[in-house]
Design a binder for this molecule. Structure first.
Ligand SMILES: [Zn+2]
Length: 282
């Protein structure tokens, strides 16, 4: 049976700060018509300033994914995009009054909670997928990261992270139709290492970062700052899986295929996706 497109049945609003820019931001999700897609509107720049979250618009991938259209940027939308795609929202207008999506608690849980309250509305048009047509792989020789794709009738992700950190090390996470995104993936929080913070601040990143929106791992003291504990043994791998789902949402349509990722990051994810589209794999 052909699955129909869906939008949200009512609107949702969020207030917060951008993780990297640190600016306050108000965000609204509004229902949108058939075949509209997921579209961002920068209301702070006027009523006609729209940005489409597509991989060809990716402009920056340092610690988050940024895309830009006609010089207008939207940043750190990956957790929201993962939530929208995973819950089956095809058409939605995302209004923002700043360049960055609110980080909230660093996970996608606030988004899936709000989307659950909105409910979904079935529309008339059929959902259109981007199917993986054949095996392909993208490798980043510098980092050793890679992403491979294979044909599959559902979206399956197998992901491995491997950090030089005794607190993290090698972890694996998987996703398929049997995994409940809302309870198993969405709650997994952004993380960073305490040793990286000074350098990230030097580069003007994480101005809105705090212990309320990120897990900060201190390898030297063998702890997570602020007395935080993990929700899952592999929460960090699951967060990277959330990021990958958000980055692959930039395909412009839901992807069907098996994705295997080793040491993924926003740069590798988006470069791999662009390569697969250029090579007509997707
Ligand atoms: Zn993330």
């Amino acid at each position: 049976m052909q699955i129909k497109q869906h939008t949200i049945a009512s609107s949702a609003a969020f207030s917060g700060v951008g993780l990297h820019g640190g600016k306050p931001v108000e965000m609204r999700l509004l229902p949108a018509p058939d075949n509209y897609g997921i579209v961002f509107q920068r209301t702070d720049l006027g009523n006609e300033v729209f940005v489409h979250p597509l991989v060809e618009h990716v402009s920056h991938t340092r610690r988050s994914t940024e895309f830009a259209e006609n010089g207008v940027k939207v940043r750190t939308a990956e957790h929201l995009l993962a939530a929208l795609r995973s819950l089956g929202v095809d058409n939605v207008l995302v209004q923002l009054d700043a360049p960055e999506v609110p980080i909230l608690d660093g996970s996608a849980l606030p988004y899936v909670t709000a989307l659950g309250r909105c409910g979904l509305l079935e529309q008339k048009a059929d959902r259109i997928y981007r199917r993986v047509k054949r095996h392909a792989e993208y490798r980043d020789p510098k980092s050793g990261s890679f992403v491979t794709v294979d044909p599959c009738d559902e979206l399956v992700v197998d992901l491995t992270i491997d950090f030089k950190s005794p607190m993290v090390g090698r972890q694996q996470a998987s996703y398929d139709d049997t995994v409940d995104f809302v309870s198993q993936i969405a709650p997994c929080r952004t993380f960073c290492f305490y040793r990286e913070i000074a350098l990230m601040r030097f580069f003007g990143l994480i101005k809105g970062g705090s212990l309320d929106n990120a897990l900060v791992i201190d390898d030297r003291k063998r702890c997570i700052l602020g007395g935080k504990t993990l929700q899952f043994d592999n929460e960090l791998a699951r967060h990277k899986l959330l990021d990958l789902l958000g980055d692959f949402a930039l395909a412009g349509a839901p992807v069907l295929g098996r994705i295997t990722a080793y040491k993924p990051g926003h740069k590798t994810n988006t470069q791999a996706l662009q390569y697969f589209i250029n090579e007509a794999v997707l």
